[in-house]
Design a protein around this ligand. Structure first.
Ligand code: CDP
Ligand code: CA
Length: 420
């Protein structure tokens, strides 16, 4: 089976980009406390609740389904701390079961066992469980996606956990970006610092990508209003720039072609790849040119002019980046898988040149690395408009908690954050 994020993009075609105005309110005057493991604002809970309480979030992503079980501690008279997260994931994502939706229910039941172990028996019936699906389900025909969500809901209702209204739904890309930003800025302590020294976030999933940051004055002035998200926290109004692209399925006749040749692949590379009910012959260009320059040109076709470029990104210093930004940096040897690390945008670019100009060296072990790392380079430089020196902080976890929108989603649940 072909494993390449960018190959998927090349087949699905142009990103469908949304720049949305999102407004959510998080209670003015909210109190916050700082802990060793992390920081959480006050969460609404029953008056007779015990000191420890929990929340369960399922992330139904395009490539996998994950469960996050959060344990919070109420430190009276202080506010709750995030004590720990229990995390587990399975592959493939729910969209792989579009024609056998009952299998989606089984996937969820399997992961619910993790929650039963992580949450004490007496807490089950007051512990909320929610599932948010992202690009994989956004791309399915609505009826097929709904059938999967219905199976999930059945599995939830059978479980001993509390199933709130609207517990299971497809999330839009804007919410994904904002909630990931909330997660990272919360875990790094920026939200409670009140200094507005927040960090921007970059997520690159199997079929969508998000960029979210707190813009400076000029960006707010010059960006169209629907590129800005607003919310209030601790008497401060935050205005976020958030932009999400979900790969769209191409409808033109080019999807009918059965052969896909790319200069990002070695001339000797041949593999069959099934996608969208058809099988394609993937290969390098037998008599054509290969290498970084040609590969970059291919990537420019799917990136250039599609994504809005906020001018201030040229001056920005550090962004937190996760998911495929992390995975590909590991595969390229730029960072250690366990520790993560900092890379500059130019590090992706330098490595892309090295890999793409020696394709035969990677043919046996990492045939798609050139394509994937060149795609990331192109997305960062010519898509978003980052400068070479911008630092990306690549991390899967902060304070032992996954850098994912999932924590932001449970925060959203407990706080009734309204995203518009
Ligand atoms: N908790 C998570 C969830 C996803 N991921 C990564 O996210 C990428 C896949 O994204 P995804 O399946 O969520 O796809 P989307 O639905 O977000 O487009 C892979 O690189 C995963 O390793 C992660 O690193 N940690
Ligand atoms: Ca994701």
């Amino acid at each position: 089976m072909v494993k390449s994020r960018s190959l998927h993009l090349l087949f699905t075609g142009w990103c469908h980009c949304r720049y949305s105005l999102s407004v959510f309110n998080v209670g003015i005057g909210l109190d916050l406390s700082v802990g060793v493991e992390g920081v959480l604002p006050s969460l609404a809970r029953p008056a007779n609740a015990s000191r420890i309480f929990h929340g369960i979030v399922f992330d139904a992503g395009s490539t996998g389904t994950r469960i996050h079980v959060y344990t919070f501690i109420q430190k009276d008279p202080e506010l709750p701390l995030l004590e720990k997260e229990t995390f587990q994931s399975v592959k493939p994502g729910l969209s792989a079961y579009a024609d056998t939706p009952e299998t989606a229910g089984e996937t969820v039941r399997q992961l619910l066992r993790v929650a039963k172990k992580a949450v004490p028996h007496v807490e089950w019936e007051r512990t909320p469980v929610v599932l948010r699906a992202t690009a994989g389900l956004r791309l399915l025909p609505p009826k097929k996606a709904q059938a999967l969500l219905d199976e999930v809901e059945v599995a939830f209702e059978e479980s001993p956990f509390f199933v709130p209204d609207n517990s299971v739904h497809i999330m839009n890309g804007t919410d994904e970006g904002i909630l990931a930003w909330v997660t990272v800025n919360f875990l790094t302590g920026q939200l409670q610092a009140k200094t507005k020294k927040t960090v921007g976030t970059l997520d690159l999933g199997g079929a969508s990508t998000q960029i979210t940051f707190l813009p400076k004055f000029k960006t707010i002035e010059s960006a169209p209003p629907d590129h800005i998200a607003r919310f209030d926290l601790l008497s401060t109004t935050y205005e976020l720039y958030t932009h999400s692209c979900t790969d769209t399925h191409q409808t033109d006749s080019s999807l009918e072609r059965k052969v896909f040749e790319s200069s990002c692949l070695s001339r000797k590379f041949r593999e069959d790849w099934s996608f969208g009910g058809l099988t394609y012959k993937i290969s390098g260009i037998p008599d054509g040119s290969t290498g970084f320059t040609e590969c970059y040109k291919e990537m420019l076709k799917v990136v250039k002019g599609v994504i809005h470029q906020p001018p201030e990104l040229q001056d920005s210093n550090t962004f937190y980046a996760f998911s495929y930004y992390f995975d590909i940096a590991v595969e390229a040897g730029l960072i250690d898988e366990r520790r993560g690390g900092m890379v500059k945008v130019q590090d992706y670019s330098i490595r892309a040149k090295e890999v793409c100009n020696k394709l035969s060296m990677y043919l046996a072990t990492k045939p798609f690395l050139c394509m994937d790392i060149t795609y990331i380079t192109c997305l960062l430089k010519d898509g978003f408009g980052f400068k070479d020196e911008t630092i990306l902080k690549l991390t899967q976890k902060v304070n032992n908690v996954e850098t994912s929108w999932a924590l932001g989603a449970i925060f959203d649940y407990f706080q009734n954050i309204k995203i518009h």
